[in-house]
Design a protein around this ligand. Structure first.
Ligand code: ZN
Length: 232
């Protein structure tokens, strides 16, 4: 419907090396979506991402081909147009008040975020990012792709702003590290020391919950981290 308001036709067609593509000129155009996207939720996210390009970048000369990397890009320094389109898509599909209400019940376990993704009919990655951005608990999301950490997305109230593992394997003792190095199948949530992820400057007695979702098909591990508070 929104795509209709912007005079964009949506078509599904075979595409190589791309999930979506936008051809837009003088207020009308076509959003093409790869026909082999198997998940309806992902398809919706890619359409919302392309609408983001229309809304934000229609005057730009660049006509992006949005591949798997692009629709998982949240770092503005790497692919700023893609990061902005993804953020736009998250806001469009997961309106803030509804999203926060839906997330009040649970910490950002990836199983729970999978349920949230089906309620809002969007992708797991985008719902994890949305949680880290506006969710009720200060959380961070890490994406590991091809064995290396691709990005880290902390909530402004998350105690650490950076990790040292960009373009490197995740720490060996993290849950993500154990999946990669030992092929372990993790629990939905495991507790790790803060030092595992954030080095020796982290307090000895600080702990994080780490929840992971491993996608063998895309060679990806999505992790959420939030501070562990033992029940008293
Ligand atoms: Zn794009």
């Amino acid at each position: 419907m929104i795509a209709g308001d912007r005079r964009a036709l949506i078509e599904s067609k075979p595409m190589q090396m791309a999930e979506g593509r936008l051809a837009y000129r003088n207020g009308r155009g076509t959003i093409s979506i790869a026909e082999d996207i198997s998940l309806r939720q992902k398809e919706r996210f890619v359409i919302a991402h392309e609408i983001g390009h229309i809304e934000l970048h229609q005057d730009s000369e660049i006509r992006p081909i949005c591949d798997e990397d692009a629709i998982n890009e949240y770092r503005e320094d790497k692919q700023p147009l893609e990061a902005a389109a993804n953020e736009f898509a998250g806001e469009l599909l997961m309106p803030e008040e509804m999203f926060v209400d839906a997330c009040n019940e649970s910490p950002p376990r990836l199983e729970f975020l999978g349920e949230i993704a089906s309620i809002f009919r969007t992708s797991l990655t985008s719902s994890a990012i949305r949680y880290a951005t506006i969710g009720p608990r200060p959380a961070a999301v890490v994406l590991v792709r091809g064995g290396n950490v691709q990005w880290f997305w902390p909530n402004p109230r998350f105690p650490y702003k950076y990790i040292d593992y960009y373009n490197e394997p995740p720490p060996r003792e993290s849950v993500a590290g154990k999946i990669l190095s030992r092929g372990e199948t993790p629990e939905d949530v495991e507790v790790v020391t803060a030092r595992t992820w954030f080095g020796d400057n982290a307090p000895r007695d600080q702990y994080f919950c780490e929840s992971t979702h491993y996608s063998e098909r895309y060679d990806r591990i999505l992790c959420t981290l939030w501070e562990y508070e033992p029940d008293i």
